[in-house]
Design a protein around this ligand. Sequence first.
Ligand code: HEM
Length: 406
Amino acid sequence: MMDTGMIMQALRDPAGLPAPPVLFQILMVITWALHIAFVHLTLGSAGVAIVAFHRSRGPQDSWLRLSWTMTKVAKVGVSLLIVLGVAPLLFTQVIYDPQWYVSNVLSGAWVIAFIATLIVGYCAWFVFYYANREGARRHVVMWAWLALALFVLDGLIMHALAYQALRPQDWVSWYAPGGIVDTSGSRLHAIDWPRFVFMISLSLPAVGVFLLAYAQYVGARSDRTSEEREWVARLGRRLAVAGWGLSALTWLIWQWSQPELLRGHPVGWALGASLVAMGLWLWRWAPGRAGWGPLAAGVAVLLLLAVWREVVRVALLGQHGYSILDYPVHPDEPSTWLFFSTLLGIGGLVGGFYLTLLYRAGRTVGLYRAEPVVARLGTAAVAVLVLWIAVFFLYGIVIWLRNSFL
Ligand code: HEM
């Protein structure tokens, strides 16, 4: 009988990789950290929007204003978590294609349900977004609860897909339980609850540090009072302290439930230590003080989590003799260049332009007129987009002509 290591080797894409596997691994880790940052921000701000809605007592109170703001944050957050989920999805499919595809096929119905529930959830959030206005009726909040529940369900599906991929020793028994093939894909076969709860619990400190940064950001606006800013910062600190404490606890449970070879791993413990350090730092943070620092440090914690996830994967698949390092490589320099120049040009310049524009516009009361430097950045962004589209088509046409006529 074939062993699991050989099955995984056999399932690899015979075309191999266009560049060294480590390159894809690094990109996967970094882009996943960005994906999960927006997952946490979305779930956290959706939760705060709902609680603030329930707490508001009148049209002009701070809770209602906070609920409106966080409804908008979650609205934008979902779109960014989707966009930023695509990148690690592609990289996972490149270096962990055997694991990812098997896991998806084993739970095919859930993969389709993932898309459907995400669409329904996002629509429900939009209903709440439009309904959450001055004088809104209390029951509109049910839409927000529905959306949040569906988002968490989507996280659970994502988690099961990621976790099933780590257990190749169970694939055959999931595929043919008791020797009878089950092609329905209607089951989530494995859920590691401590890992999932830990991942989701990070939404609480995430929204806490976001509120501290938000209070700092709106500090420049003349239409916000200093009391309101201080109130937001106080709330942010409280959520962050409680959140880091909670996530340190859930991390400990996850770490405890890990297999022997990972339980004492230094990267796992470094992650735990960083959660405790964040909690202690914010506990000593002056109530009412705003700042960007905790948000930046929070992103660093997520990078560490992304590295730890990858260490866990490498260790568990390594037990079956699987390593991405022996993936066959057939270098394809032009496509590697195209990829990195797209990342720099489109990601850096176009993304940079949007970020600068939004940052400046959000701090302006009333109509925002772009400063000369922002306007120039806009022109450069359009130019690089045109260039990119031209190169993209030219490259395709040249390859097509070469393959067809030369
Ligand atoms: C509300 C929607 C979503 C939530 C709450 C969510 C949440 C999560 C969570 C919690 C994980 C970590 C699972 C684990 O390691 O145990 C994860 C992983 C991941 N998510 Fe999402 N996600 C969402 C949508 C998306 C979308 C739309 C995409 C792609 C377009 C995506 C792509 C990924 C990828 C590629 C991974 C890593 C899989 C792996 O490395 O094995 N996610 N997501």
